[in-house]
Design a binder for this molecule. Structure first.
Ligand code: NAD
Length: 496
């Protein structure tokens, strides 16, 4: 059994089994058996089940927020945020699934295809393994399991061993509404995840770059497709013409939401020299008004705990190493005395060799770097092994959009943080070490869980043979050769 503790106060909040590889194999076999009927009921039938699940989520939102808060130590406002996110994802994909999965009839392009009716269909991978991290125990499973289910796949969800209780509650909801047995939650640590990779027909992974690499290697050996949503080191660029109050409010939220434990957290801030000092002063003042603590469900706090001791220690190392190398913590800089808290921290006088700028911190830290101009900001922002997302803060949104095209990342928000993630018609995927593939992106977010079948059929009544079939012979073959030349050549060559 795996014990789950609340990071805010260390109390034991639950236990879940560690699922063995044999149990994973058996569970996936059961999913495989149930999946064909799930595919047969079509997008409309599946959408009806997902909408029933949405209603169950809304009917149980307080309980879900309690469970989620107990295992993450998040403030109530953030714990309560995940049910509506999941409902929104269900609504988007349930509404569009039939259209996104509809057959297509591409036009034939040339002489050989002309007599054919062409069709492509989308058939689901039978079992999709969804492996998720601890930072958003409901929202991240929702982002991947909902489209996979609507695509017609069965889903084996392997939640993080640190926060498995919300996923277990979700699985209970699926059973309670009486839905077909095509969704199961397999609790356990890395070995359980590895067993899911060994059994699934498609692996959808969200987590660290190191684990993503191990999963990619294993999936490649099995020749099963995979999609990886990995870590980030998102830069924010503040230009001198920005509305500084909005930039400060947005960057404080974008950097400290979920105690900075989000893949798309702002982890580096580049500020044009002309406004650097004013920006830092406002940033420190804004952070000074935040309330940090173990939330009892009363919405009293803005910032909660770190999820694990290891995560808290990583943040401490990044801050300490930076200070030892000459940086200054103008606010924060220390862990809390009780529970797994770390003070929101602003670091100045940092340089680009420091771990707090180069490695993913995944904590409530904002290193701020003074730059001469936008060009230097772009150059430094791109000087990273990660490429998840970025933000540009400017009084001229069109200029922000132009600069977005120079950033080597999967998404850029102008004068905002996180907003691309809630636009399901946009793809969410990382460049470089931040991932391979993407989630969402309208139809593609659902079609990625399907394989295409290409079908050709005659448009007109057919003869008992075709001119391209046997037997070959001088007359027929030359005639066919000339015909094809006329049809494929352009200009004078056609008649030569
Ligand atoms: P992690 O890689 O340690 O674990 C993620 C999941 O993988 C867990 O469920 C874990 O049990 C499982 N796992 C571990 N070893 C495995 C193996 N060998 N085979 C299969 N599964 C295995 O990540 P974490 O610490 O839980 O999450 C934090 C990381 O996730 C950060 O790097 C963060 O940036 C990233 N993240 C990315 C996104 C995104 O969308 N790009 C979103 C959230 C978090």
């Amino acid at each position: 059994m795996i014990e789950v503790r609340c990071p805010a106060d260390g109390r034991l909040v639950g236990r879940v089994p560690s699922t063995s590889p044999e149990q994973v194999r058996a569970a996936v076999a059961r999913l495989r058996e149930a999946q064909p009927e799930w595919e047969r009921i079509g997008p409309g039938g599946r959408a009806a089940w997902l909408r029933t699940l949405r209603d169950w989520l809304l009917d149980n939102d307080r309980h879900l927020a309690d469970v989620l808060q107990s295992e993450t130590g998040k403030p109530r406002a953030e714990a309560a945020f995940e049910v509506p996110v999941m409902c929104d994802i269900i609504n988007f994909y349930a509404k569009n699934a039939a259209r996104f999965l509809a057959d297509e009839h591409p036009r034939p392009h040339g002489p050989l295809g002309a007599p054919k009716r062409l069709t492509t269909t989308h058939r689901p991978y039978p079992v999709v393994g969804v492996i998720t991290p601890w930072n958003f125990p409901l929202a991240i499973p929702a982002m991947d399991a909902v489209p996979a289910l609507l695509a017609g796949a069965a889903v084996a969800l392997k939640p993080s061993e640190i926060t498995p209780l919300t996923a277990v509650t979700l699985a209970r909801g699926w059973t309670e509404i009486g839905a077909p047995p095509v969704f199961t939650v397999l609790t356990g640590a890395g070995a359980t995840g590895a067993a899911v990779v060994d059994e699934a027909d498609f692996v959808q992974f969200t987590g660290s770059t190191g684990t993503g690499r191990a999963i990619a290697t294993r999936a490649a050996q099995r020749l099963v497709p995979y999609s990886l949503e990995l870590g980030g080191k998102d830069p924010a660029i503040v230009l001198a013409d920005a509305d500084l109050d909005r930039a400060v409010n947005g960057i404080v939220w974008g950097g400290l939401f979920n105690s900075g434990q989000a893949c798309v957290s702002i982890e580096r801030v580049y500020v044009e020299a002309a406004v650097h000092d004013e920006f830092v002063a406002k940033l420190v003042a804004r952070i000074g008004r935040l309330r940090q603590g173990g939330d009892d469900g009363s919405y009293r706090y803005d910032i909660g705990a770190m999820a694990t001791p290891a995560q808290r220690d990583l943040v401490r190392r990044h801050v300490t190493e930076a200070i030892d190398a000459g940086a200054t913590a103008v606010t924060g800089g220390r862990p809390g005395e009780e529970g797994l808290f770390f003070e929101p921290t602003v670091l100045v006088d940092v340089d680009h060799s420091m771990a707090c700028v180069r490695e993913e911190t995944f904590g409530p830290t904002l290193p701020v770097i003074k730059v001469a101009d936008a060009d230097e900001a772009i150059r430094l922002a791109n000087d990273s092994t990660y490429g998840l997302s970025a933000s540009v803060w400017t009084g001229d949104p069109r200029r922000g959009e132009r600069l977005a095209r120079e950033l080597d990342v999967g998404a850029v928000n102008v004068n905002d943080a996180y907003s691309n993630l809630f636009s399901f018609t946009l793809p969410h995927g990382g460049w470089k070490n931040s991932g391979l593939g993407a989630r969402f992106g309208g139809a593609q977010g659902l079609r990625k869980y399907t394989r295409r079948t290409a079908i050709t059929a005659p448009r007109l009544p057919t003869a008992n043979s075709e001119i391209t079939w046997y037997p070959y012979g001088p007359v027929r073959s030359r005639l066919l050769g000339r015909l094809l030349r006329v049809l494929t050549a352009r200009g004078a060559r056609r008649w030569r």
